[in-house]
Design a protein around this ligand. Structure first.
Ligand code: HEM
Ligand code: HEM
Length: 344
């Protein structure tokens, strides 16, 4: 298909940016594959299959061993990771060839470097027999890599390019700061969660201090994400671009808190089980996966906030048409005259 057909010029206030629908759909595919990979990785840990083979990069000296016992989870995870690695190479090349915005190109290169580093960390954790620091770093970089692929999907999306500036309510804490605070808190919580999870295998009790730190983290996340999302819903209730990720993030947080309590209860009982049992495996894997979803939804929310509630927009929007009745927001929640911007 000719480039002119596959690319669509978006909006008249920002015609410099062109949307490449194929690239956007492919970025979404890579993000979904990464989510699947996080689940596959969590299954390795929950099944205690990390050392099903002490070998790397081959598995028991073979490129494709028989997928028996825990090797199914461990080697299966490597296969999924290899697929995601190859998908990422194509994504980066595609971005470098077609993307005009230099910062998106840089992010594409970062995604490739991150997946390579992640693969090396995976190999290292096997070779060193799953030391806490390396396994925790592997779990954390997985979340950062997922965050990168989701961000690439956001930056190449139609809604990002069509988004128009919104004036912020004057005299209040800018929402982008609230969202950033929530994002940082969640990331710290993911690191504490990963440290907790890798501190004890299913047949050992989890360390009390780390559990308490993780519960404190859950409280901090609830306050930070709760206040950012609720403020967003109150101030911009007609702006689906902002309210949709806020509602999804809040709902996922509620599910995550329930899964956390359930994970704690199954892990409390697991040391007396004969082997990792399915309820414990399912709940802990779901807790890891839902944690990743809370994180990336908050990233979408934060990025969108920076996109439309950017300080530069506020001044320009106010020059366009200030409103006294709604604290700077016009009746439709949009400034009447959208200012032209650079290639963001
Ligand atoms: C390339 C992208 C990769 C991603 C995104 C990824 C992601 C993950 C995730 C999310 C976990 C679960 C962490 C947890 O449940 O706490 C995990 C576990 C694991 N991964 Fe990967 N992984 C990748 C590549 C690899 C590779 C190439 C290997 C090679 C050996 C590997 C080996 C392992 C092992 C052994 C575990 C279990 C660690 C433990 O139980 O302590 N990973 N991975
Ligand atoms: C804001 C809410 C929460 C988030 C975002 C969160 C996130 C996470 C993540 C991402 C992990 C695994 C990290 C990894 O290995 O990659 C984890 C582990 C864990 N979390 Fe949470 N968590 C939350 C709340 C809770 C709550 C309220 C509890 C209840 C006590 C809890 C209990 C646990 C337990 C027991 C583990 C270890 C599971 C295992 O050993 O397999 N979490 N958490």
């Amino acid at each position: 298909m000719p480039i002119a057909d596959s690319q669509k010029s978006i909006g008249n206030w920002q015609s410099a940016i062109r949307m490449n629908r194929g690239l956007n759909r492919y970025a979404i595919l890579v993000a979904c594959a990464t989510f699947f990979l996080i689940i596959a990785g969590a299954l390795v840990t929950s099944n205690d299959a990390g050392l099903a083979t002490p070998d790397w990069p081959l598995s028991n000296g073979q490129f494709f061993p028989k997928m028996v016992g825990n090797l199914f989870w461990e080697h299966g995870h490597r296969m999924v990771a290899t697929t995601v690695g190859m998908l990422t190479i194509v994504l980066t090349v595609w971005i470098l060839m077609k993307e005009g915005r230099s910062w998106v190109r840089k992010l594409g290169v970062f995604a490739l470097l991150a997946v390579i580093a992640q693969g090396l960390l995976g190999g290292l954790t096997v070779k060193l027999m799953l030391p806490l620091a390396v396994s925790t770093a592997h779990a954390t970089l997985a979340q950062l890599f997922f965050c990168t692929t989701v961000s690439l999907a956001v930056f190449t999306s139609r809604s990002w390019m069509e988004a128009r500036p919104l004036p912020e309510v004057q005299g209040t804490l800018p929402l982008r700061y609230l969202c950033t605070a929530a994002l940082v808190t969640i990331f710290l919580q993911l690191i504490i969660g990963a440290t907790l999870r890798h501190s004890a295998t299913w047949d050992q009790h989890l360390p009390t201090q780390l559990i308490l730190a993780h519960i404190g983290g859950a409280l901090a996340v609830t306050i930070a994400l709760g206040s950012a999302s609720i403020t967003m819903l109150r101030r911009y209730k007609d702006e689906k671009f902002l309210t949709r990720p806020a509602v999804v993030a809040l709902s996922l947080l509620a599910v995550q808190l329930c899964l956390g309590v359930a994970a704690y209860m199954t892990r409390l009982a697991s040391p007396s089980d004969p082997q990792p049992l399915n309820p414990m495996i399912a709940i802990t894997v779901a807790h890891v996966a839902c944690g990743a979803l809370v994180f990336v939804t908050t990233i979408v929310l934060t990025l969108r906030t920076y996109r439309v509630l950017n300080g530069a927009f506020v001044g320009a929007a106010h020059r366009g048409r200030p409103s006294s009745t709604t604290g700077g927001v016009t009746q439709h929640g949009r400034p009447r005259s959208a200012p032209p911007t650079g290639g963001t």
